[in-house]
Design a protein around this ligand. Structure first.
Ligand code: FAD
Length: 592
């Protein structure tokens, strides 16, 4: 495989690079400071947030505002902001541990996410000095609540098709008209980042204060979950916005909208990881206590399967998440420009990884929460246990911050675009691979232990991803954008390849360090790999069958099968060991 000098510099670069485990950030590499921040966040949630869940569900927004101010006092709202604005400006893994910790309450997590990721971040990334000085200190302290108003009834995924318009007055100020929908924090927010078209065509962002003339809020949506998070329309009826509340430049609103979403997708994954670990703890404790047929249900193989599978899927997402956090900080560390523009560039560069994390995290979480209910039996279906709340709250993760369909399309779409722009050498690498793959199989690939097997399969899955992507780009050229099914299959393979490589690199590090639970890392990686191989072969076959036929197709699927057919690992035993570790730790075995 082609080696690029510094793969961590490039979004998608991992696909064509050999990444060394020693350069990959893992949860085990978190510092004492990260652990302290995680602990402080968990304590805040346990002592302040969870006791007030009912009040939040009853839409007690005064209480939610109080919680936001408490968050501000702890510094949790100022993770991205510099001291000049009252922030603490921590590194990216710190932002991850905070989002993971806050996820034990999904509703408050959503409130927090809208404040930090959707209001503070756009101001930090795109605000003028005056705008930042005016708004950030009070957002960072939690005294002001922010919201982000992009969606409309006619434009959700197709966000740039917004109908809200902004007319410019002779004095330079703006008058906004339109209706925004689904606004998180809408019921009590003080300011909104609003997207509207100047002269009905130049998509632009504005800072709109709630008290401005012409601004009003619609009623609360009646939702499946997240009852303790406000979601309302925002009505703009000749709303007056001063000239200096234009955020960024006229016609450049897409840059604000999409870069903010890159960051939010990354953070959403951290929330899914946090909720999944909470749920695994609930399942493990319940399974240890609940007795049927004279013994704790944790002793049954079918329940062990669930606990083990939940653990392995969390491991995969967590490995990717922390890897990307480290990659982003490496990117930021290499640049000397001012911090917010560097961070903006980092999230633009790693947009592919942000979409991978968003899809993988939200789908992992739905699996984990479904099984959490199942482990609880009837008790999973009633409100006495948190399992049903988690289940309802999580469903929206596949819908907001760009639906999973849109994010799936973005992954290969961005890879192809960067290839065509000469920024990623996907096509030449895929061509080299074609020759390599069509040659007779090398006689002795030495696979002496599970880790060697994992590394081998990890490399193979990246080759499969490159083959399918290369084939799709060659077959369709520019028209590939219209082949959504092929793009989605390609995305699934890319996601699995990234998950497998991230899990393998993390297990490699644990092995090299000789950590006490090294065998559990290998177990988790083995389970992740086995499922990914099956999925990737299926997705590859589906995609190839669209693009080829006859003998060519037969050769391609035979090659795919040859590449992916290694004897299966005993994942039943691996899941049992993980399940036993979850029960004895009463939670996620890799925490702490
Ligand atoms: C609880 C909640 C909170 C929210 N908070 C906010 C917020 O704070 N601010 C904000 O601006 N918005 C917010 N949203 C809106 C959210 O971002 C949108 O719901 C989301 O972007 C999807 O848009 P839509 O609902 O219009 O669905 P649509 O775009 O109509 O999509 C419907 C279906 O069609 C698919 N689809 C659409 N286009 C394509 C395509 N080109 N190719 C393939 N499939 C496609 C989608 O994937 C989906 O499955 C929130 C939504 C909810 C439910």
């Amino acid at each position: 495989m082609r080696s690029v000098a510094s793969p961590e510099k490039l979004g998608g670069g991992w696909l064509i690079a050999d990444t060394s485990a020693s350069r990959v950030f893992t949860p085990e590499r978190c510092s004492d400071e990260h652990r302290l921040i995680a602990q402080a966040t968990r304590e805040f949630v346990a002592q302040e947030v969870l006791p007030g869940l009912e009040r939040m569900d009853q839409k007690d927004w005064k209480h939610v505002r109080y919680l936001l101010r408490q968050c501000g006092k702890l510094g949790l709202l100022g993770i991205d902001a510099s001291e000049a604005y009252g922030g603490v400006e921590l590194d990216t893994p710190a932002a991850v541990v905070v989002a993971e910790g806050l996820a034990a309450s999904a509703s408050f997590g959503a409130t927090y996410g809208a404040q930090c990721n959707l209001a503070i971040i756009p101001l930090l990334f795109f605000g003028t000095d005056a705008q930042r000085s005016r708004y950030l200190p009070r957002l960072v302290s939690g005294e002001t609540v922010g919201a982000y108003a992009l969606s409309e009834s006619g434009s959700g995924s197709d966000a740039l098709n917004a109908k809200t318009h902004a007319a410019r007055l002779p004095d330079g100020s703006f008058v906004l008209n339109g209706e925004k929908l689904w606004i998180t924090n809408g019921g009590f927010a003080d300011l909104f980042i609003v997207f509207a078209k100047v002269n009905n065509e130049q998509f632009s962002a504005f800072i709109v204060e709630r008290t401005a003339p012409g601004v009003s809020i619609g009623g609360e949506e009646r939702k499946l979950g997240l009852q303790g998070s406000s979601t309302t329309p925002l009505l703009l009826d000749n709303a007056k916005v001063p000239a200096n509340n234009l955020l960024g430049q006229i016609g450049q609103g897409h840059k604000v909208a999409f870069n903010v979403l890159n960051y939010a997708r990354f953070k959403l994954c951290a929330s899914t990881s946090g909720t999944a670990k909470t749920a695994l703890g609930e399942s493990a404790r319940y399974a240890a206590e609940r007795k049927q047929f004279g013994k704790a249900i944790a002793n049954f193989g079918a329940i062990k399967h669930k606990l083990g599978e939940m653990s392995a899927r969390i491991y995969a997402v967590e490995s990717m998440l922390y890897r990307v956090a480290g990659t982003i900080d490496t990117f930021i560390g290499q640049r000397t420009k001012n911090a917010s523009s560097t961070k903006l560039a980092a999230f633009e560069e790693f947009a592919i990884e942000a979409s991978i994390l968003k899809v993988a995290g939200s789908e992992m979480l739905d699996y984990v929460l479904d099984e959490n209910i199942q482990v609880h039996g009837g008790n999973g279906f009633v409100k006495d246990y948190p399992a049903e709340r988690h289940y309802r709250d999580a469903r929206v993760n596949r819908i907001f911050e760009g639906t999973n369909e849109i994010n799936r399309l973005l992954i290969p779409g961005l890879l192809a675009r960067r290839t065509l722009a000469g920024r990623l050498a996907l096509i030449p690498t895929a061509k080299e691979l074609q020759d390599e793959i069509l040659a007779p199989p090398p006689s002795g690939v030495a696979i002496n232990n599970p880790l060697d097997g994992a590394k081998y399969t990890s490399a193979v899955l990246k080759k499969v991803a490159l083959l399918i992507l290369g084939c799709a780009m060659q077959t369709y050229g520019e028209a590939l954008r219209d082949e959504q099914e092929v793009l989605s299959f390609a995305a699934d393979i890319v996601i699995d390849a990234f998950a497998v490589e991230s899990a393998t690199l993390r297990a490699t590090t644990a092995h090299a360090a000789g950590t006490a639970n090294e065998h559990l890392h290998l177990d988790a990686a083995a389970i992740v790999i086995q499922a990914a191989v099956t999925r990737c072969e299926a997705a590859g076959r589906e995609a190839l069958a669209v693009m080829s036929q006859g003998n060519a197709l037969r050769t391609q699927v035979d090659t795919l099968h040859r590449l992916l057919s290694r004897p299966p690992a005993n994942t039943v035993a691996a899941r049992r060991r993980l399940a036993e570790a979850a029960v004895s730790r009463a939670g996620y075995m890799f925490d702490g």
